[in-house]
Design a protein around this ligand. Structure first.
Ligand SMILES: [Zn+2]
Length: 143
């Protein structure tokens, strides 16, 4: 079964919200090609252990009020990788570059694991650039 990484993120987030757990998808992190640091990042995301604003706030740490990418919604793992408008636009750019066109969230299951890893990593790196270096790229120029 080929489950794309965006689908993995969407499924794991919604499963976790329902208390189902995301164990089958977590196994895909380690079996898909990608640098170890990126796999660790994805594993942390799947466990809601990334230091997103909502988690920082829960631990009494300084946190921004809204997502640094869209500046509209509160930042969480769910928002950052599944619902954020900026993230969806990044996916559409990636898919268009691959000749897959604009699929929207429901069509993201066709994305390979490696492309999914790349997309999630790009989004996370952009969030970190905005947070720590105060540098922002637009949807087309994020890396
Ligand atoms: Zn956002």
């Amino acid at each position: 079964m080929d489950v794309g990484w965006p689908a993995f993120l969407a499924l794991s987030v919604s499963d976790a919200a329902r208390g189902v757990g995301c164990t089958p998808y977590v196994g895909l992190i380690w079996s898909t090609w990608g640098p170890l640091r990126v796999k660790i990042f994805l594993w942390l995301a799947s466990q809601y252990r990334l230091w997103t604003a909502d988690r920082r706030h829960k631990h009494g740490l300084e946190a921004h009020e809204t997502c640094l990418l869209c500046e509209v919604e509160p930042e969480s793992v769910d928002h950052l990788f599944v619902h954020c408008r900026f993230t969806l636009d990044v996916w559409n750019v990636v898919l268009a570059a691959l000749g897959a066109g604009s699929l929207g969230l429901s069509g993201l299951t066709s994305v390979s694991g490696e492309v999914g890893i790349l997309g999630a990593w790009i989004v996370w790196k952009e969030q970190n650039a905005r947070c720590f270096r105060r540098v922002a790229s637009d949807v087309v120029s994020v890396r």
